[in-house]
Design a protein. Sequence first.
Length: 116
Amino acid sequence: MYTEMFKSFSEQTEKSLAPYVKFNKLFTKNVEELTELQLAAVRAYSDLGLSQLKAVSEVKDIQSLTAFNSQQLETLTKLSKQLIDDSNKFNSVAQSFKTEVEELVADNVKKATPVA
């Protein structure tokens, strides 16, 4: 008798907590993806900044200054492209998370709505 009661209670608890478990897994996956993107972005921007510091430290005369200045347009283009790429990646992760959460909510609403 008690075994059946505990089994029934356990099954009901699993069913009622399943949406929370699914949401937590989605949220964790999203945070992990965003963290990886942020770390990659920080690494890329740090590398770019360090390369610029090294380049400016090599300026010793007018010719090297001219070479450094001509390289700046290329660097700004690279930085601009990196910013756009990072923005698109972040947007993609956010859109994916939004879609998955909407699907989860719709599925739970469908399960919770009594069939007429």
